[in-house]
Design a protein around this ligand. Structure first.
Ligand SMILES: [Zn+2]
Length: 125
């Protein structure tokens, strides 16, 4: 059995991938991309708008490893900032606030890791 494709297909007003199967529309795709583009423009250079599909079209912006989910996407009521492959997220009423919260959490994680490393190094030296 082969996995269903996540490449969206267009049939009339429907724009939806076989793996989704929700019947997502081209109109929703365009609206999601439009919302993401407004956020990308506000954040400035290098931010790219994305619409990603899974039981509806969702708005996301991305710059290198950092992504931000736009409110209304995936049921989120706030902006959610994260980095690919890591579990530390930041949330906020604005995209900038979400980034700042995530950066603060990453700094706290780094400080905690440094304290643990010092303890380990002292124990094994
Ligand atoms: Zn779909």
């Amino acid at each position: 059995m082969s996995a269903l494709s996540w490449k969206p297909r267009r049939r009339g007003d429907v724009y939806c991938a076989p793996a989704c199967g929700h019947g997502c529309t081209r109109k929703d795709y365009e609206a999601a991309l439009f919302r993401a583009q407004r956020v990308a423009d506000a954040l400035g250079e290098g931010w790219k708008a994305e619409a990603s599909e899974n039981m509806g079209w969702h708005s996301k912006v991305r710059k290198a490893e950092v992504y931000i989910c736009v409110p209304g996407s995936w049921g989120a009521s706030q902006y959610v900032a994260g980095t690919e492959g890591r579990g530390i997220l930041g949330t906020g009423r604005t995209a900038r606030q979400a980034i700042n919260v995530m950066v603060e959490r990453l700094r706290m994680e780094r400080s905690a890791a440094e304290r643990i490393l010092e303890t380990v190094e002292a124990a094994v030296s």
